[in-house]
Design a protein around this ligand. Structure first.
Ligand SMILES: Nc1nc2c(ncn2[C@@H]2O[C@H](COP(=O)(O)OP(=O)(O)O)[C@@H](O)[C@H]2O)c(=O)[nH]1
Ligand SMILES: [Mg+2]
Length: 444
């Protein structure tokens, strides 16, 4: 499904790899090609816009790494953002506290609901959980027969009633049956329509009220491209879905639905169907699909490993410096950046040990600004000053203040805090370091 996109992206990255250093223009040229490739693969334009903006921002802000080439760095960023677009982590089924757990499958006619109900039941059975299939699509006798035949083939019980029974009755009786069979999961196959209409939505809402499912899964045909995305938005706004199942991922569609649907609808993709056979079904893993699209499994493994060893090397080096108290302002700056990379500061400070009163006052977002200020000050220093802050006298201080747009007192404050920190390090009170770091964010 993603061959064309995969080819196009590989070409873009090959172009980047032949360059040593990447300018802003190189990055923009590459991103223009990425944008085109995504649009040609029928990815929703909002998704494309967001995606390229995120990749651009991170690429321009990326530190010149020692472990990765610029091109590798961009591949890593694209990979990360693809994973984010696809939902980040794997999203599993959430069972209810009391068995049986009920999963209702909804979707338009022909999207693969009945087949998927059987596939899902088989998947659960293979993982050791007893399923019961329920034919709630009881308007068409053929629909009941189709499910019954699949159940028979898989040796999975199917509950159904003669055509004409009310869905209320079917549901109530099906739950009783599930208890009798000690089924862990009840998988309900519902009737679809060719188009979304009010009556169908009302019936499904009714079914939801009666069965109180822990999973309400929309089955969508990935071959239908952006229509699938729109269907997901509509169903979700009416019924509050818990997940999506994308069928026909084995088809030759361009992949736009798969790449857009999670980001646009905000509903996680839980499974994919990859063929007509009952075992052509798997849990959805955003990272696996991303690396398949990038077609660079080996490269990504290499990148991960390089980064890990680099981090370890840096951590060891830092520890040595702390021990020998040769920690200077450059190290301090890279520590600050490390902290920034880890996410919003407020969250991070909350994770630090120690009673909250030690902090002084609650975090209010000004600390990010303060962090930027500290960074600006250090960046305005010469390499010698960073190594040996002791040489910073009045005239140097004024120069640094002008360069970083702060007051000379701010520089004094930073240097005092830094000295204090160095003292603590000499004393070997490592646990105090983060707390002391906090002080930096409150100083004015
Ligand atoms: N290639 C392929 N075909 C599928 C997949 N899932 C379902 N189908 C086919 O799609 C058609 C409609 O499926 P069905 O379960 O009857 O759809 P329903 O109307 O939503 O219940 C059938 O021919 C299925 O074999 C899939 O993942 N891949
Ligand atoms: Mg059906």
């Amino acid at each position: 499904m993603f061959e064309v996109l995969s080819d196009r992206l590989s070409k873009v990255f090959r172009g980047l790899s032949s360059k040593g250093k990447l300018s802003e223009k190189d990055i923009d040229d590459a991103l223009r090609q990425v944008r085109l490739a995504l649009l040609e693969s029928d990815v929703n334009f909002r998704v494309v816009k967001d995606f390229t903006a995120r990749v651009r921002e991170r690429s321009l802000g990326a530190e010149v790494g020692q472990s990765l080439t610029p091109a590798q760095q961009i591949i890593k960023i694209v990979n990360d953002e693809l994973i984010a677009t696809l939902g980040g982590r794997q999203s599993r089924l959430t069972p209810s506290a009391q068995p049986p757990s009920v999963a209702i499958l909804v979707g338009l006619h022909g999207c693969g609901k009945t087949t998927t109900a059987a596939k899902l039941a088989l998947h659960l059975k293979h993982s050791g959980q007893r399923p019961l299939l329920v034919a709630a699509d009881n308007r068409r006798p053929a629909a009941i027969e189709q499910l019954a035949a699949l159940g028979k083939q898989l040796d999975i019980p199917v509950y159904s009633e003669p055509p004409g029974a009310t869905s209320k009755d079917i549901c109530a009786h099906a739950l009783t049956k599930a208890k009798e069979l000690a089924a862990a999961w009840v998988i309900v196959d519902t009737a679809g329509r060719f188009h979304i209409d009010e009556i169908m939505m009302e019936e499904l809402a009714q079914l939801k009220r009666e069965l109180k499912p822990c999973e309400l899964l929309l089955v969508v045909d990935a071959m239908t491209g952006q229509d699938a995305v729109q269907v997901a938005e509509e169903f979700h706004s009416r019924l509050s879905l818990t997940g999506l199942i994308l069928t026909k991922m084995d088809g030759d569609a361009r992949g736009g639905a798969a790449l857009s649907i999670r980001w646009v609808s905000r509903v996680p993709i839980k499974f994919i169907g990859i063929g007509e056979k009952v075992d052509a079904f798997e849990p959805f893993y955003p990272d696996r699909l991303a690396s398949r699209i990038l077609g660079m499994g080996d490269m990504l493994t290499f990148i991960e490993k390089a980064e890990r060893t680099f981090d370890e090397k840096r951590a060891r080096e830092l520890e040595r410096k702390v021990r020998t108290a040769t920690f200077n302002l450059d190290d301090f700056l890279s520590q600050l950046r490390e902290v920034k990379k880890m996410g919003p500061l407020a969250q991070l400070v909350e994770m630090l040990p120690g009673p909250p009163q030690a902090v002084g006052r609650p975090l209010d977002g000004t600390e990010e600004k303060q962090l930027k200020k500290v960074e600006a000050i250090i960046l305005s220093m010469t390499p010698e000053e960073r190594q040996e802050p002791g040489i910073i006298d009045g005239s140097r201080r004024r120069r640094i203040a002008r360069g970083s747009g702060v007051r000379p007192q701010d520089i004094n404050q930073l240097l005092n805090q830094f000295r204090q920190m160095q003292r603590l390090m000499k004393m070997g009170i490592k646990g105090k370091i983060p707390r002391n770091l906090r002080g930096m964010f409150y100083s004015r």
